[in-house]
Each structure stands twice: as C-alpha cells, then as structure tokens.
Design a protein around this ligand. Structure first.
Ligand SMILES: *[C@@H]1O[C@H](CO)[C@@H](O)[C@H](O)[C@H]1NC(C)=O
Ligand SMILES: *[C@@H]1O[C@H](CO)[C@@H](O)[C@H](O)[C@H]1NC(C)=O
Length: 222
C-alpha cells in the first residue's frame, strides 16, 4: 500500500513537471495584460475584461523592417505580451527578423518556447544543436516559403546566405514571453563579468583572449 502511494506520488510529480513545461492554460477567454501593476504574478495582471477593447488584441508595424545597422546585421522585432497585451495567458508570440546581406541572428536559445520560422524573403542558413552529450547539429538552407522548427531551449541561429540580398523571416513562438539567451552575450557580456579564470578554462582560451572578448560591445536584442 505504502509502495503504491509512493509510486503514485512519483508518477504525479513526473507528469506534472511535463504539464508545466509550457505556458499555463488560460482560465478565462482572455486576460489583457496590464504592465503597470504593483502585483507580481506569473505573466501579467488582467485588465477588467469589461474594459477590454479591440486595440488590446492588436499590433501594427510588422510590415516595417527593423534597423539592421548593428555588428550582427540583423534585427528582431518581437510581438510578445509586452507589445501586444491581449497575448497575456495565451501561450504564443511572434517576431519579424530582418537580415542585411550576410547578417546573422547569432546563436541563442529561448528558455520558454519552441520556434517555428518561415522565410518570407531571401535565403537563410539555419540550424540548431541538440543537448549533451551528442551536440548534434541539424542545419539547412531555407528559401522563400520554407519553414523550420527550433525545439524549445536548444541553441539555434540564422545566417543570411543569399549573397547581396536581404532576408526576412517571421517566427511563431510557443510562449507569451519566450525569453532569449544569446550565447556569446551571456557568456562574455554579463554584468558584472564572469571571472576570466572560469571562461579561459571553459573555452580553452588564453585569459588575454577572454579579456579581449569581454571588452567587446555586447548588445542584446529581444
Ligand atoms: C531594431 O530595430 C528597431 C527599429 O528600427 C530599433 O529601435 C532597435 O534599436 C534595433 N535593434 C537592434 C538590436 O539593432
Ligand atoms: C539605424 O541605426 C543606426 C545605428 O544606431 C543609426 O545610425 C541609423 O540612423 C538608424 N537608421 C534608421 C533608419 O533609423
């Protein structure tokens, strides 16, 4: 009997950890997010549903390219619950990604979302790497109309490989707030910096190379 209860407890814990691996399900039709609230909840506090209006479910401007004049030559325009309050509690978001010729959306992960990417213009070399111990790369060149999926939490990238042409992609993400960890920025651009003892050993680099990397300008996109 005690053993049964034990296994039931283990099973419950194991299955419930799967259930919370994505955004929670809504408990009402919608919950338009209010940004300025003294209350902290998992997501955003709901606006009174009687006060909701069409504009709460609306975002304009994804027809406009982001400014790609930066060292990576790419720009992510994110439409998450922060930009579109009606997305609060609905478990999805999207983004437009612009690439100048040879522009790169550098290796990064979304801790809370799987991403489905559609190329709407140009040619992109994209890929993701699986977790340890295999660290296997799945990569492909995508053209207009092609769709590729980056599984939740895995490191992935997109490079404009279309010569002198620009490229544009639209991404859908399975969280109202996917989060982004850009690998190089997190490692070499943290504030305060990670000790160069740690990074020299971890990356098999000389400390002066680590110091040089840490001195670079690391700008985070969304
Ligand atoms: C992306 O583009 C927007 C709009 O042009 C701009 O405000 C933002 O600074 C750009 N971000 C980066 C990382 O270049
Ligand atoms: C794009 O960003 C660069 C660098 O921040 C800036 O000099 C330039 O004026 C911006 N272009 C537009 C169209 O906003």
């Amino acid at each position: 009997m005690a053993a049964n209860l034990f296994f039931l407890a283990v099973f419950t814990i194991a299955t419930s950890s799967f259930a919370i691996a994505s955004d929670p399900s809504p408990l009402q039709d919608f919950c338009v997010g209010v940004k300025m609230s003294p209350v902290f909840v998992n997501g955003l506090v709901c606006k009174d549903p009687k006060q909701a209006k069409p504009d709460d479910f609306f975002f304009a401007g994804l027809d406009k390219p982001g400014n790609t004049s930066n060292p990576q030559g790419s720009n992510v325009t994110l439409v998450s619950a922060a930009q579109l309050p009606g997305l609060n509690t609905l478990g999805i978001s999207m983004a437009r990604i612009d690439f100048e010729p040879y522009g790169l959306n550098p290796p990064h992960t979304h801790p809370r979302a799987t991403e489905v990417l559609t190329v709407v213009e140009g040619l992109l070399y994209v890929g993701f790497v699986t977790s340890n111990p295999d660290n296997k790369l799945f990569a492909k060149v995508l053209r207009e109309g092609d769709v590729f999926v980056f599984p939740q939490g895995l490191v992935h990238f997109q490079l404009n490989s279309g010569g002198d042409c620009r490229a544009v992609a639209i991404a859908a993400l399975s969280s109202q707030n996917p989060g982004t960890v850009t690998v190089a920025n997190a490692v070499f651009g943290s504030k305060p910096p990670v000790s160069d003892d740690v990074l020299a050993k971890a990356f098999m680099l000389e400390k002066k190379t680590v110091d040089w990397l840490q001195a670079q300008f690391w700008m985070n996109s969304n």
